[in-house]
Design a protein around this ligand. Structure first.
Ligand code: RP5
Ligand code: MG
Ligand code: MG
Length: 282
């Protein structure tokens, strides 16, 4: 288990709230820390009770009565890929340790917030030939990256699993919304897009499943993902798709996969994994 870093960033995203500083040696909950006073914060957008989020409960007893942790709770998956997490005084506890902030912050769910990350790849080519990196002697992979509107960082076009939605559907939907602007396509173009996507998204390979070191994480709410690689070996199936940023993406492009990629949350870690799986340059 590595130490989360983004989950302890000084300023909480989208706010001027500062987290209670947590040094590396005090991240682990088992290290006693009597003076630990996390700042309590739940974003104003959540207080408006959007449908995709848990309701704002008055207190811990109401929370205890209404939510079921470590299991499927109605359509909401409150199990963790990391195993059973602790629930202290009714509040779920971040399995990766202290973050300096309690409450939900920007996250809709108490406990795990489940997302998926579709990693769409192809080989980088020049004049029709696959390019070999001069230093490593290995072929270079590219993936479809989007620039997030919230943090302005480049990222995998991932997103949250809707209530009752199958993972395979979330992967396609999020890729469609963020990298192909499916929401704004005409009905006919959307149908064409779906048919092409069904081919590419037929065979995915699991890359990572678990906790994400996301800057929105709190002591009580955190991101988890299932990252899946959809590889276009010949470069002809995604090639037919017209990349166009949409929804929470401000831009979209093919990005070379290599060490030193600066991406949102722990996304570069997932890409390193993909490079390894495909014996590509890193
Ligand atoms: C990250 O947040 C996940 O890896 C995924 O890419 C993303 C999901 O959140 P939204 O894009 O819906 O904000 O932790
Ligand atoms: Mg999205
Ligand atoms: Mg997203």
């Amino acid at each position: 288990k590595c130490l989360h870093v983004n989950a302890r960033s000084k300023f909480y995203p989208g706010s001027d709230i500062q987290r209670f500083p947590v040094p590396d040696e005090k991240v682990d909950w088992t290290v006693p820390w009597a003076d630990y006073k996390p700042v309590n914060y739940t974003a104003p957008s959540l207080l408006k009770q959007p449908l995709w989020a848990d309701p704002q409960y008055r207190d811990e007893s109401e929370l205890k009565k209404c939510l079921e942790f470590n299991k499927m709770d109605g359509g909401v998956d409150r199990t963790s890929h990391m195993g059973k997490y602790s629930v202290i005084n009714g509040f779920p506890r971040n399995p990766f340790g202290r973050t300096g902030l309690s409450g939900r912050g920007l996250l809709g769910r108490w406990g795990p917030n489940h997302a998926t990350d579709p990693i769409v790849t192809r080989w980088k080519k020049e004049a029709g030939k696959v390019m070999i990196h001069s230093a490593s002697g290995k072929n270079i992979l590219q993936f479809v990256a989007i620039c997030r509107k919230d943090s302005k960082e480049w990222a995998i076009p991932g997103g949250m699993v809707d209530v009752g939605e199958k993972l395979s559907a979330t992967l396609k939907r999020e890729f469609g919304e963020e990298a192909l602007n499916s929401i704004q396509l005409s009905e006919a173009d959307r149908e064409k897009m779906k048919a092409l996507m069904n081919i590419l998204f037929q065979a995915g390979e699991l890359v990572y499943k678990g906790y994400v070191d996301d800057p929105r994480n709190t002591d009580n709410s955190w991101m988890e993902t299932v990252a899946v690689n959809f590889h276009d070996e010949k470069g002809d199936s995604v090639g037919k798709l017209n990349l166009q940023a949409g929804d929470d993406a401000g831009a979209v492009k093919w990005m070379d996969i290599e060490e030193g990629l600066k991406l949102y949350a722990s996304h570069s870690h997932f890409l390193q994994q993909v490079a390894k799986m495909r014996s590509a340059h890193w």
